[in-house]
Every structure is written in C-alpha cells, then in structure tokens.
Design a protein around this ligand. Structure first.
Ligand SMILES: C[S@@+](CC[C@H](N)C(=O)[O-])C[C@H]1O[C@@H](n2cnc3c(N)ncnc32)[C@H](O)[C@@H]1O
Length: 421
C-alpha cells in the first residue's frame, strides 16, 4: 500500500508539472479572481491573532505559501504587503516549475516584486534552512501528499510559536460522487498516462452518466461539470483524473490538526462553519437529545454525514494558545444590519443555507454584549457596566468566531502593529 501511495504521489507531481492550475489571465487578476475566502487580512488578524495587526501598516512579517501553485494566494499576500508597506518575506514554495513560472509571470504583470520563490518540497522544510514564519498558507495541497501528517508536521515546525496557518483540505462526503468518477476513470485508463486523451475520455464519461449514477450530480444537486475557466483540461485532471486525493471527514480533519500539535482557531467561511454544528439545523428532539451529549468534534461528523454538502474544510489553526475574541480587552463592533437578537430562533434574520434556515442561538448575555458594542468601549467595560455573566460569554466564543468571516462583527484594530520578538 505504501509503495502504491508513493507511486501515485509521484504521478501527481507530474500532473502539476503538466497541468498547473488554476490558470488566470491578467484581466482575472485585475478583477480580483485571485482572492480566496480565507485570504483576508482582517479575518486572519481576528481569528488567528485575537485582532492584533499581524498584517497591517509597516509590519515586518514572514509568510509561507506552501504548495502555492499558480499563485492565487501569493498574489493576495504580495498585494497586502505592498498596500500596507510591509517588510519581511513572502515565500512561494512549490515543487512544480511550471506552476512557479505562471505565478512569477502573474506577479510581474501586476508589478509586484516582493516574493521569493523556492522550487522545493514541503517535506524538505526545516527551520535551519527556512527559519520561522508568522503565517503559513496551504490551500488544497495536504490531501494530495503521500504523507499528509508529515506534511502538516513540517508546516507546523516552521511556524513560529504564536503563529498561525490557513489550511484547505478536501472533505469526504460532499466529494463522494467525484471519487466514484475518479475510480471509474482509473479503471478505464489503466496504466496509460494523464494527458489530453485521458481528458477527452473523462469528458465522454461525464456525458455518459445517467441520473442514477453516483457521479452525475455534485453536492449542491447540479449536474457535475467543470467551470468555464478550464483552459487546457487542467480542471478535468484535478477533479476526475487525480492520482492521489485523500479526503477527510470533519472529525478526521480536527484530529489531523491535533496530531500536528496545532489548535483549530476558526472556519474561513461563515456559511460552512454553521454546517459543522448539527444543533443549528437538526429538528428531531430524539436526535437532538443524542447530539447534546456528544463533543463538538463528534457532532460535526454527524452533521457532515447528514447534509453531505461540504467539499472542503477551510480552517485556521494556531501554534500555541488560541486568543479569545470575547476577552475583556477586545474592542468590537456589530456591523450586520439586523440586530443580534433578530438572528435568534424567533427572529427574522436566520441565515438560509441550502435546505436550512439557521438561527444563531447566542446566550442572552452575548446578545446584550453584542447590542452594546460601539467600536470604542472594551468588552470588559461593557461586561462590568451591564453585569453580564462571563461564563455564558465564553460558551459563545466559537459561535462568535464563526460569524467573523461574514463580517457581521469586526474587531477594532489597535492603532499600532503588534511588535514581535
Ligand atoms: C491543487 S494545487 C493547489 C495550488 C494552490 N495552493 C492553490 O490553492 O491554487 C497543489 C499544488 O501543490 C504542489 N505540491 C504537491 N506536493 C508538493 C510538495 N511536496 N511540496 C511542494 N509543493 C507540492 C503541486 O505542485 C501543486 O502546485
């Protein structure tokens, strides 16, 4: 098995040499197509650094984009560094030279010259050679490695204490139909290479699938296809012809992060975050009773199996202690049009996600805190003034975190950047 994984991994490296992806034009980049949900300096500052300005005016920071590919995240960080006049390093690491060349050209077109390239492997990262990074971005790479645990361990080892990582790994059940197609393609292709003939075969197979096929529809119920951005078959290769692609269920994802001695610090997308908590949407009192005695990690597994609609786990993790957003020192601001209480079970503003209308069940104390936020007064001052129960607030920390990406709530950035030693 191990040799099989190794040989499939080596074939996948060739895939990224022959079919680097995604391909973006200058027009795409100018219109912001490079921007990913978790590539957001405000959200990273909030969810990974307790609101401190890790990314901010004149800060000196080191960022690693591991398996950076054709460079969406690299373009993002290069723009952030330029905009905030930041110093330090942005290192784009990828073992695929063709992906690195595309990324270099994109940066040149955008007049960005603040990135260092490393054509090497995540498995070769070490602090003697590479030093420590404040933030490590690794989107869509770890699930393709021969040894994902070793990969994440390497990334963690070059993250400084107190630093953080943004990670995307494939989710299991939302992609089940896709794995059905991958397996069928592997049978059809046998030992033949992944090339334009294989891409044609994949297209034919998709056309051939009847409605009864497990692979016909994606997790949103749409007929499975690739986006119009496909240039020379790279999306067919990435989805249907990949040779090594190991998805994680929600519980497996949390355990993967824990094994690397990292602490989960939040989801990158609010709409996804809410789908990890079955108590947000399961109605049956009998099932809810069972769920209530389970840990969040175990509940998230049940949630994912029920809706099967996550394709990716997009998360942040920190090395060292997680900094609470609901701490006394934080200064926050409620930005959503509807008031916090209107998101509750009896309110009008529940969030609609696919088949679910999800209320946000803040405790009464949290609703009072949220409604008193003014962007000037610290949580501690509000808690004292209103006599709020701090324990009830602490219990809502994860829920508050999950709302940060949707921008209902922001942390007021301190005036000066955090000085790091
Ligand atoms: C699916 S692409 C993702 C690229 C990019 N992170 C993105 O989100 O667009 C995976 C990338 O990981 C790279 N890769 C795979 N194994 C690697 C390794 N051991 N070290 C460095 N890069 C690796 C591939 O060459 C490829 O460019």
């Amino acid at each position: 098995m191990a040799t099989d994984v190794q040989s499939r991994y080596e074939m996948s490296l060739k895939i990224y040499q022959d079919y680097p992806m995604p391909i973006r034009s200058k027009k795409d980049d100018e219109s912001g197509a490079y921007r990913r949900p978790g590539d957001n300096e405000t959200i990273i500052n909030a969810l990974c650094f307790g609101g401190q300005q890790i990314f901010g005016k004149n800060a000196n920071r080191r960022v690693l984009i591991a398996g950076g590919g054709t460079g969406d995240s690299t373009v993002f960080f290069a723009k952030v560094f330029k905009e905030y006049e930041m110093t330090g390093d942005i290192v784009h690491l990828d073992q695929s030279e063709s992906a690195n060349v595309i990324c270099r050209n994109r940066l040149k077109e955008l007049d960005l010259d603040n990135v260092t390239f490393s054509k090497s492997s995540i498995f070769e990262l070490n602090t003697k050679k590479d030093g420590y990074f404040d933030f490590v971005n690794c989107n869509g790479v770890l699930h393709h490695l021969a040894d994902p645990d070793e990969g994440l361990h390497r990334l963690s080892s070059v993250t400084r204490d107190g630093g953080a990582l943004g990670i995307w790994i494939y989710a299991k059940y939302g992609r089940a139909g896709l794995y059905h197609i991958q397996a069928t393609m592997a049978d059809l292709l046998g030992q033949r290479p992944i090339d334009s003939a294989a891409v044609e075969l994949a297209k034919e197979l998709l056309n051939e699938l009847p409605s009864s096929s497990l692979g016909k529809f994606d997790s949103a119920g749409n007929v499975r296809t690739v986006s119009k951005r496909d240039v020379h078959g790279e999306q067919y290769v990435d989805r249907f012809l990949h040779t090594l692609d190991q998805p994680y269920s929600a519980r497996e994802m949390f355990e993967f992060v824990e094994r690397a001695s990292l602490i989960f610090s939040g989801f990158q997308v609010t709409e996804e975050a809410l789908l990890y908590e079955p108590l947000h949407f399961v109605k049956s009192p009998l099932i809810r009773k069972e769920l209530e005695r389970m840990s969040f990690k175990d509940r998230s597994e049940v949630a994912e199996r029920i809706h099967c609609s996550l394709n990716m786990h997009r998360i942040f993790a920190v090395k060292g202690a997680r900094q609470d957003i609901l701490s006394r020192d934080t200064v926050m601001m409620w930005r959503a049009k509807a008031k916090p209480r209107e998101f509750g079970p009896d309110g009008a503003a529940a969030i609609v996600l696919g088949p679910y209308k999800i209320p946000i069940r803040f405790s009464g104390a949290t609703v009072q805190l949220m409604e008193a936020l003014d962007g000037q007064t610290s949580n501690g001052e509000i808690i004292d003034r209103l006599g709020l129960d701090s324990q009830k607030l602490i219990a809502d920390e994860d829920l508050v975190r999950s709302l940060m990406p949707i921008n209902f709530l922001t942390i007021r950035a301190p005036m000066r950047c955090l000085e790091l030693t």
